[in-house]
Design a protein around this ligand. Structure first.
Ligand SMILES: [Zn+2]
Length: 212
C-alpha cells in the first residue's frame, strides 16, 4: 500500500513539473498515510526518485528513512493535523501565484472558479521565513475554510482529497492567478457579488455527487 502511494507521489511530482507549475526542486508534495504522511525529499530531482527516497513522517514531523524531508515539511504536518479532510498537499512557486504573492495580494472573486478553492476568495498568507513554525501558523490561518492559499513573497500551497485532485486544484489556481495578473495590467478587477459566490459554492458542494 505504502509502496503504491510512494510511486503515485513520485508520478504526481513529475507531472507537477511537467505542467509548468514548478521549476526544479523548489516545490514539494505529500500524501497522508497510516503512519502520518509521505513527503518528497529535499533538493532531489523528481525524475530520478526511487520509492525509497520518499520520506515517511509522523504528524509531529519525526522522519523515517535515509533521506532528508523537504525543508517545508513543517506546514505539511500542520495542515494534516488541522485539516482532517486533507489527504494530499502540494506546494510550489508557480509564476503568476508568486507574482501576486510578492505584492501581498490574494485572489478576489473576479471569476466564479475562485470557489474551487472552497471560499469566496483565495487569501495570501503573511510572510515568514521558509521552514519556520511561524510560516506554518500563517498558512493554517490563510487556509481557514479554504483548500488553497498564496504565500507572501513565496508561492502557493493547496490540499485536496487525493494527489490527482491536488494537482488539478493547483493548476486551476495558477490559471486564475494568470488571468488576474492580466486584469490588473489592464484595469480594475470586477468582483462577483457575495450572494452569487455563495450560489456557486453551494453548487460546487453538490457537484460530482451522483444521485443514487
Ligand atoms: Zn517554497
Amino acid at each position: 500500500m505504502t509502496e503504491m502511494l510512494r510511486r503515485q507521489l513520485i508520478d504526481t511530482a513529475i507531472a507537477m513539473n511537467a505542467s509548468g507549475l514548478n521549476q526544479g526542486t523548489s516545490g514539494n508534495l505529500s500524501v497522508r498515510c497510516d503512519e502520518g504522511f509521505l513527503i518528497t525529499p529535499s533538493g532531489m530531482d523528481y525524475a530520478g526518485l526511487e520509492t525509497d527516497d520518499i520520506v515517511s513522517m509522523d504528524l509531529d514531523g519525526k522522519p523515517r528513512g535515509t533521506r532528508k524531508p523537504s525543508s517545508e515539511w513543517r506546514f505539511h504536518a500542520a495542515i494534516y493535523r488541522h485539516r482532517p479532510e486533507a489527504n494530499a498537499i502540494l506546494h510550489a512557486h508557480p509564476v503568476h501565484c508568486s507574482a501576486l504573492a510578492c505584492l501581498d495580494k490574494g485572489i478576489p472573486a473576479f471569476h466564479y472558479m475562485v470557489a474551487a478553492a472552497g471560499g469566496k476568495d483565495i487569501r495570501c498568507a503573511d510572510y515568514a521565513t521558509f521552514g519556520t513554525p511561524e510560516l506554518s501558523d500563517n498558512v493554517i490561518r490563510a487556509l481557514e475554510g479554504r483548500k488553497a492559499c498564496l504565500m507572501a513573497h513565496h508561492g502557493l500551497t493547496c490540499f485536496e482529497k487525493d494527489l490527482a485532485r491536488v494537482l488539478a486544484l493547483a493548476i486551476e489556481v495558477e490559471n486564475l492567478a494568470n488571468v488576474y495578473c492580466r486584469i490588473l495590467a489592464i484595469g480594475d478587477a470586477r468582483v462577483l457579488p457575495d450572494d452569487e459566490m455563495q450560489r456557486v459554492l453551494d453548487k460546487f458542494r453538490s457537484y460530482g455527487v451522483q444521485d443514487s
